[in-house]
Design a protein around this ligand. Structure first.
Ligand code: HEC
Ligand code: HEC
Ligand code: HEC
Ligand code: HEC
Length: 199
């Protein structure tokens, strides 16, 4: 829906630009052959429009595709399954853990068991192969991040990961130091980077 709106907006903008250019041309050189000039402007408008669409359409930032199109919106949003059910170590370990396929099958042995994507889960299970989930979030390598202290202080998942329960695909990000520091300043958390965050 938003995609369509953006497309229409872009087309309207390009058309407006083109009209302006045309009226200008008529004023400056009424008798000149405008064909080639026009072609150049049409191409330029098309290129600008395309770039605008590509970079500005909210819909293009839909997150990385996963081997099984697992949806947080369906599971956390619609079905209201708790984050900790699938990421059980988030408060105890440096690694929050991604659920092994056994956990998916606890439910999907019974729920939509014949769905082609669930059949894929069985394949991973039978092959004893971990699901090759793609990473969505990145942190500079020299930064040590531990969820534990944050969860203890009741910093909500949402504050760092956004409204995951509305996303079909996780829109991950690169966590810059600025992001950490801004919140630490607001909450009077540790700002002593060399002791706490960098090793
Ligand atoms: C039914 C299981 C399940 C539930 C419930 C669940 N997740 Fe996930 N989560 C996954 C799976 C599977 C992945 C890996 C695939 C992906 O990124 O979509 C994942 C990936 C993530 C990632 C991205 C990890 C990365 O950097 O690649 C974040 C962040 C995350 N989950 C947060 C949450 C939060 C917050 C909640 C609760 C609102 C939640 N999850 C609920 C199964 C679940
Ligand atoms: C606690 C139960 C539960 C767990 C655990 C669970 N799911 Fe689901 N899943 C559901 C329910 C309920 C639905 C909705 C079924 C429906 O549409 O009728 C669903 C739907 C789906 C769908 C279809 C979504 C669609 O768009 O139609 C896929 C694919 C899926 N799950 C994959 C997974 C994967 C992969 C895991 C493990 C990381 C997982 N599920 C873990 C309960 C679960
Ligand atoms: C203070 C910010 C913050 C909060 C709050 C937070 N996270 Fe994270 N989370 C991060 C960062 C930063 C990473 C990336 C860590 C990395 O790549 O080493 C991450 C990574 C993850 C991952 C991916 C782990 C992996 O192995 O790839 C999952 C899953 C996750 N978080 C789940 C959660 C859940 C669930 C909650 C709430 C219970 C939560 N997070 C709360 C900052 C946060
Ligand atoms: C939304 C707020 C918020 C964000 C974002 C955030 N933190 Fe924190 N952080 C806290 C709070 C609150 C504490 C708990 C301070 C306490 O225990 O008194 C904390 C504690 C810590 C500690 C433990 C400090 C100590 O005293 O030992 C480390 C390390 C840390 N954060 C690193 C990070 C890093 C790295 C990032 C960025 C990837 C980050 N934090 C992002 C709020 C945040």
């Amino acid at each position: 829906m938003t995609q369509l709106l953006w497309t229409l907006l872009t087309l309207a903008l390009s058309a407006a630009g083109l009209l302006m250019v045309l009226s200008r041309l008529r004023g400056i050189a009424p008798s000149a052959n405008r064909g080639p000039v026009l072609a150049v402007f049409v191409c330029a408008a098309a290129v600008v429009g395309f770039l605008f669409l590509f970079y500005r359409t909210p819909g293009t930032d839909i997150g990385v595709a996963q081997p099984i199109p697992f949806s947080h919106r369906v599971h956390s949003g619609v079905k209201n399954i708790q984050c900790e059910y699938c990421h059980p170590y988030v408060a105890q370990s440096i690694h929050p853990g991604l659920p092994p396929v056994e956990k998916c099958l606890h439910c999907h042995k019974y729920i939509i068991a014949k769905h082609p994507e669930i059949v894929k889960e069985h394949w991973y299970y039978d092959m004893r192969a971990p699901t090759p989930w793609k990473k969505a979030n990145y942190l500079a390598e020299h930064v040590v991040f531990n969820h534990q202290r944050h969860i203890k202080k009741e910093v909500a998942c949402r504050e760092c990961h956004g409204t995951v329960e509305t996303m079909d695909r996780i829109r991950g990000k690169y966590f810059y130091m600025e992001f950490c520091i801004t919140c630490h300043r607001q909450r009077n958390a540790n700002l002593d980077c060399w002791l706490s965050c960098h090793n």
